[in-house]
Design a protein around this ligand. Structure first.
Ligand SMILES: *[C@@H]1O[C@H](CO)[C@@H](O)[C@H](O)[C@H]1NC(C)=O
Ligand SMILES: *[C@@H]1O[C@H](CO)[C@@H](O)[C@H](O)[C@H]1NC(C)=O
Ligand SMILES: *[C@@H]1O[C@H](CO)[C@@H](O)[C@H](O)[C@H]1NC(C)=O
Ligand SMILES: *[C@@H]1O[C@H](CO)[C@@H](O)[C@H](O)[C@H]1NC(C)=O
Ligand SMILES: *[C@@H]1O[C@H](CO)[C@@H](O)[C@H](O)[C@H]1NC(C)=O
Ligand SMILES: *[C@@H]1O[C@H](CO)[C@@H](O)[C@H](O)[C@H]1NC(C)=O
Ligand SMILES: *[C@@H]1O[C@H](CO)[C@@H](O)[C@H](O)[C@H]1NC(C)=O
Length: 508
């Protein structure tokens, strides 16, 4: 009760502080624009060995680190009805989640697990039919069946294309009548880098000399091989959808990339050129094949034979295979031309960033775990994609900011962050960007890839020490509700004022 009255009080303060200058509302966005929030299977569901699910590479990976695991997570597998109810109360228009491949097809290929199938059917029905919330489904979010990793090395083997397409086929057939938005692979570029160059994401491959002491991998070749197979697997699933399902189901299918805002460290020519090179390596790597059918020249030049080549047929299949581009965006970094081999993010490397020939340097107070709000950075990403890649439809699939888990329910910095970035999206749309949706990461506190349970992004708090995993709304949940129901104008200045006037006690 105490907590609730503090929340209510601070919420009223926000409402009271609203003025009209440079404010915007939900109604400034097109009606069909979708505002939602996101989670992913391993991070939310828990129940990792229940009802026939088998381990993914993420289960295996999290056991080799001391930052917890997703064995229980939010127990979304059992609590999905409760969570959909919270989403409905929050006024979400869409919910992005992912399908656990090994819950649906425990061996990676072959027989479908009826209980896994039922879980996703129930979840989708709960969302769509009972709550009127549009599902946005990601097929792959870091959780390859361990059996396929073991059998042939997963994403670095072309066999993945056939298995991924067969998995996608099951999903389209079983869920496609109710799912209109599909992302094949989550942040494909950073997935290839984090998992196959740096080794800090599952399955944790990197060269022996790398910082993370991986037991297997080659940071100079595997990221490009994995990235290539991702593009081919995406294109294959997309082709299947178009041939077999699209005319009946009328959905869209896209690939998502992680997009830092990138800005030169200095006004030197070197840093400016390095920034363009970084855009080619980080965005163009995926977007140029999807839009124009081939890799950027800058990558071909640097990588030579390490960069796989598309056959003519593959190039044709990849080109145009994304109905939309998913953008995952958190912050903006400086780009500095590499003049030494000691860049700031990861030391000791023979890897992707060395190939890129540029360092990425956090701005201001940003670190790996907390970052400054730099909304113009998102605007510049959207503008760049618009101008360089034929203005594709875009969904912002993740945006949000972490705070120490359990530090407070009054997450005013999160509200300021989200509001400022939504404002940036609006600016980009006004200047012609075809952005069609925005998802907050995350709907609820989840098990995080980098920080486990130490930092959280949720608009709902989860008490992970409580056996019932009690959910409590943070201030950001009420803020989002007010924004979405159109009763609230928001303007950056007002929130700042509100924050400086408010000094209520933390309710946790
Ligand atoms: C990675 O592969 C390249 C190209 O095949 C090879 O030259 C290099 O020695 C390999 N590195 C490691 C660490 O295996
Ligand atoms: C990798 O191994 C070195 C040497 O044993 C050790 O100092 C370092 O902390 C390890 N790195 C990680 C990320 O575990
Ligand atoms: C960038 O740094 C490299 C390595 O020091 C140097 O050779 C190059 O001239 C610099 N400038 C550009 C534009 O690449
Ligand atoms: C960085 O932190 C300092 C001290 O907490 C703060 O005054 C400043 O506003 C922060 N900078 C940014 C860009 O958030
Ligand atoms: C708005 O779009 C135009 C045309 O694409 C472009 O020239 C201009 O730089 C954009 N403005 C901003 C602020 O990004
Ligand atoms: C979390 O749950 C535990 C166990 O029920 C309880 O002791 C603790 O006070 C709760 N923490 C918060 C912040 O509510
Ligand atoms: C809109 O959201 C606010 C904030 O949560 C809430 O107080 C209000 O009752 C909602 N109004 C409607 C019409 O749903």
């Amino acid at each position: 009760m105490q907590a609730f009255s503090h929340l209510l009080l601070s919420f009223l303060v926000i409402l009271f502080a609203i003025s009209c200058s440079d404010a915007f509302t939900r109604n400034d966005f097109p009606e069909e624009f979708l505002f939602g929030a996101a989670t992913s299977a391993y991070q939310w569901e828990g129940a990792v060995d229940e009802d026939g699910r088998t381990p993914s590479v993420w289960d295996t990976f999290s056991r080799s680190y001391s930052r917890g695991n997703g064995d229980i997570a939010c127990d979304g597998y059992h609590k999905y009805k409760e969570d959909v109810k919270l989403m409905a109360e929050m006024g979400l228009e869409a919910f992005r989640f992912s399908i656990s491949w090994t819950r649906l097809i425990p061996k990676g290929r072959g027989p479908i697990n009826p209980k896994g199938l039922l879980f996703y059917k129930n979840l989708i029905q709960e969302l769509r039919t009972n709550a009127g919330i549009e599902p946005h489904v990601t097929l792959y979010h870091y959780d390859l069946p361990q059996s396929l990793e073991h059998e042939y090395g997963g994403w670095i083997n072309r066999k993945i294309i056939e298995d991924f397409t067969a998995f996608a086929d099951v999903c389209f057939r079983e869920f496609g009548d109710d799912v209109k938005l599909w992302t094949t692979i989550n942040e494909a570029n950073i997935f290839a880098i984090a998992s196959y160059s740096e080794g800090f994401a599952p399955p944790g491959h990197c060269s022996p000399t790398s910082f993370f002491n991986c037991s297997t991998g080659n940071s100079s070749t595997e990221p490009y091989l994995a990235g290539h197979n991702m593009l081919l697997a995406h294109a294959s699933a997309s082709k299947l959808y178009k041939l077999k399902y699209k005319s009946k189901q009328r959905g869209s299918i896209g690939l998502s990339i992680y997009a830092f805002g990138l800005t030169p460290y200095s006004n030197s020519k070197e840093d400016e050129i390095a920034t363009q090179r970084a855009k080619d390596f980080l965005f163009g790597w995926m977007l140029k094949p999807l839009v124009f059918g081939d890799y950027p020249d800058a990558m071909k030049r640097v990588l030579g034979p390490r960069l796989p080549v598309f056959s003519e047929e593959e190039s044709e299949q990849v080109k145009g295979s994304s109905d939309f581009v998913g953008i995952i965006h958190y912050t903006t970094v400086y780009v500095r031309n590499s003049t030494s081999t000691t860049p700031s993010l990861i030391p000791r490397r023979q890897d992707f960033f060395t190939d890129m020939g540029a360092e990425t340097i956090f701005m201001g107070n940003s670190t790996f775990f907390e970052w400054d709000s730099i909304p113009w950075g998102l605007e510049s990403v959207l503008e760049y994609v618009k101008q360089s890649y034929n203005n594709p439809p875009i969904y912002i699939l993740e945006n949000g900011t972490p705070m120490k888990h359990g530090s407070t329910l009054q997450d005013t910095p999160r509200i300021e962050y989200i509001q400022a970035y939504i404002g940036a999206v609006l600016n980009a749309i006004k200047n012609g960007s075809d952005t069609r949706g925005y998802f907050v990461w995350s709907m609820i506190d989840v098990y995080e890839l980098l920080s486990g349970y130490m930092y959280s992004y949720g608009m709902y708090h989860v008490n992970f020490s409580d056996s019932g995993l009690k959910r409590s709304p943070k201030l950001s949940a009420s803020w989002y509700t007010g924004f979405l129901n159109g009763t609230m104008d928001v303007s950056p200045r007002d929130i700042t004022q509100m924050q400086s006037h408010f000094s209520g006690p933390s309710s946790l």
